[in-house]
Design a binder for this molecule. Structure first.
Ligand SMILES: Cc1cc2nc3c(=O)[nH]c(=O)nc-3n(C[C@H](O)[C@H](O)[C@H](O)COP(=O)(O)O)c2cc1C
Length: 337
């Protein structure tokens, strides 16, 4: 084993042990993309795959876990959105399948959720958007944390990965394993975050268009064509109409979203519409948009969620090859230290 590979193995040992995988590399859950094929390919290749439950019903999640189990030879996880109305029933489904790791995304978990997951024997992973919340989650019993910067694809917070890593790793990395996400496209960055104290990393954009991903060919082509500056965060135009920032490739839908906000704001000014209805119209604008892009291939009017690392995605390749490349780059960087 080369010095670099040996160093990498040691730096990843804690994270790999936590997930029961060969390498401490997660493919973050991506709604519509992270289903049985990509998730099982990820875990079978030595990383850790996570099913994106998204808005699935308990029955659909049940079927997806069963389908993934049939393809996977190694453990995988399930990502649940905390505001899902059936969260507790979804946790029950995970427990019935003895899912080893449950990731809770989309805000602080409601009371009882963490304990319920732990009671099933599974480990709980949460997203920590700031240091104070990370400490609170650790006190609540989470087993590991993900810190995700605004370079990432999908729903994002306001702070960059490099700043979150500097602010949080020195304080919390000894208490629980911490996985760094957002903007990671190459192994050199993985090596750097591991050296800063991360137990591992989570990537989404780099795996979204893997050979095993069921994403539509148009979605894959859009990723291959795009550069970092094409992956832009949605912008709120009117202070009365909240917009949760989402990073996606700019297209007709993102242009029309600005026009929609202006139109609704004007209707508010002119008293033609109530505030509640106005906010709902903005909230519902993107409903179904990710599915339209990923499954239907409408990359102009759907939401092509992608992180800034999309510029480093240059071809469709098997998950195992992506992992091998990342590991080789990381090992080479560590060898040079
Ligand atoms: C197409 C797409 C869909 C995503 N959907 C979800 C989701 O449903 N739940 C979630 O927790 N994160 C979601 N994410 C975030 C990823 O899990 C991951 O944390 C993120 O992509 C990491 O940053 P990167 O894109 O820079 O690699 C999504 C990301 C992408 C690109």
């Amino acid at each position: 084993m080369s010095v670099g590979t040996d160093r990498l193995t040691r730096l990843m040992a804690r994270g790999a042990e936590f997930f029961g995988s060969d390498y401490a590399i997660l493919a973050g859950a991506m709604s519509w993309v992270s289903e049985r094929h990509l998730v099982s390919a990820m875990s079978n290749a030595g990383g850790f795959g996570v099913i994106a439950c998204g808005a699935m019903t308990p029955a659909l999640l049940d079927a997806e876990i069963a389908g993934t189990k049939a393809l996977a030879t190694k453990p995988f996880g399930v990502n649940l959105i905390t505001m899902h109305p059936d969260l507790m029933a979804l946790i029950d489904i995970c427990a019935q399948h003895q899912v080893s790791h449950v990731v809770l995304a989309g805000g602080l978990p409601p009371g009882g959720a963490i304990d319920k997951i732990k009671a099933s024997g599974a480990r709980v992973v949460c997203f920590a958007p700031a240091l104070a919340l990370a400490k609170k989650l650790i006190r609540s019993g989470v087993d590991a944390l993900v810190i995700e910067g605004m370079e990432a694809g999908g729903h994002i917070g306001p702070v960059s990965t490099s700043v979150l890593a500097q602010e949080m790793l020195p304080t919390i990395a000894e208490q629980v394993p911490v996985f760094v996400a957002g903007g990671i496209g190459r192994g050199e960055a993985i090596a750097a975050y591991l050296e800063m104290g991360a137990a591992g990393v989570q990537l989404g954009t780099r795996f979204a268009i893997a050979r095993e991903s069921i994403a539509h060919p148009n979605f894959k082509k859009a990723f291959i064509r795009a550069s970092a500056r094409d992956a832009i965060a949605s912008v709120q135009i009117d202070p009365r109409l909240p917009v949760i920032p989402v990073r996606a490739l700019k297209n007709a839908a993102s242009e029309l979203f600005a026009a929609k906000q202006r139109e609704v704001a004007q209707a508010l000014d002119e008293g033609r519409i109530e505030m509640g209805e106005a906010q709902l119209q903005i909230e519902h604008y993107w409903a179904g948009a990710l599915r339209r892009a990923v499954i239907d291939g409408d990359v102009e009017h759907g939401s092509v969620m992608a992180g800034q690392s999309v510029g480093m995605v240059t071809k469709e390749e098997p998950v195992a090859d992506i992992i091998a490349t990342l590991l080789a780059e990381a090992a080479e960087a560590l060898e040079r230290r």
